[in-house]
Design a protein around this ligand. Structure first.
Ligand code: CLR
Length: 264
């Protein structure tokens, strides 16, 4: 950290100042990522806490389970796209993201937005009964039965349960989400070195807050979760290809445009 202090910071309006050269800049970077997370997280932790025992009734559960495969897929695609839209808003306010070319912003969102939705899912998860907040109430994995992709649902629920076990603070979730998104290893990036600079600054931010929280050991665990996220998202893409082959009309004309743009 002494080395970081030695380099004098660039003026703030300089687009290259996205790389934090002082501890004060790291604090500012963390603060704006946390603010962006808070403003785009849909529900505050306390609100979700208050709702955590609001469950679907037998009848409601059966209504979901008796939907047809394409009906339920369309329904979930709409819910997911809604969540992705908030992640796009979050991304736009990560310092440095907007400095990237449009191509690179889209490339990062294509691979990262679903991963961030899954990170965010842990905030909406009740580990005491393994339910997730979906359509206004808490639902177990069985509600997704008619999607006919039980393996994906199981893996996603396991991941959420596992993430909850880390007991991350809102600030840690914010920085981790930003790091999941800003990844210079993603395919089809034009200016990899620029993405790398932003990635390093976010990495520094996360390291900084984990150190401040006396939880340096979490970094290693978070990198492991990033590998799990990648496999979950390729499973999601696989299921989407399977679905589009069976129900081309629904996938083509009834899925939200953003869902198609990012994942198809
Ligand atoms: C994630 C955090 C968001 C709010 C939110 C909205 C929709 C939820 C999502 C969360 C978690 C994952 C979710 C999704 C709707 C459907 C999807 C429960 C809580 C499940 C895993 C089904 C995926 C089906 C695809 C294969 C179409 O801020």
């Amino acid at each position: 950290s002494h080395d970081l202090m030695a380099i004098h910071p660039y003026p703030l309006e300089d687009p290259y100042s996205i790389y934090p050269h002082s501890l004060r800049n790291i604090d500012e970077l963390c603060a704006s990522i946390v603010r962006s997370h808070r403003e785009t997280s849909q529900y505050r932790v306390e609100e979700l806490q208050a709702l955590r025992w609001k469950l679907f009734s037998r009848e409601e559960l059966q209504a979901y389970q008796s939907k047809s495969v394409d009906e339920m897929w369309q329904h979930c695609a709409i819910r997911l796209t809604d969540a992705v839209q908030y992640v796009v808003e979050f991304a736009k306010h990560i310092p440095g993201f907007r400095m990237l070319s449009q191509n690179d912003q889209i490339a990062l969102l294509k691979t990262g937005s679903m991963e961030v939705v899954l990170v965010r899912m842990s905030r909406f998860f009740n580990t005491e009964n393994n339910t997730v907040f979906f359509d206004g109430k808490f639902a177990g994995a069985e509600i997704f039965k008619s999607l006919a992709c039980g393996d994906l649902i199981m893996a996603v629920f396991d991941f959420a349960h596992d993430m909850c076990g880390l007991k991350l603070t809102e600030q840690q979730i914010a920085l981790f989400s930003a790091l999941v998104l800003i990844n210079a290893d993603r395919p089809s990036l034009e200016d990899r070195s620029r993405v790398q600079r932003v990635q390093r600054s976010v990495e520094l931010g996360l390291t900084h807050i984990l150190h401040r929280d006396n939880q340096d050991n979490l970094m290693h665990k978070l990198y492991q979760r990033m590998a799990v996220l990648r496999s979950l998202c390729s499973l999601h893409m696989e299921k989407l290809r399977w679905f589009s082959q069976r129900y081309p009309l629904t996938a083509h004309s009834l899925f939200p445009p953003l869902y198609k743009e990012l994942f198809a």
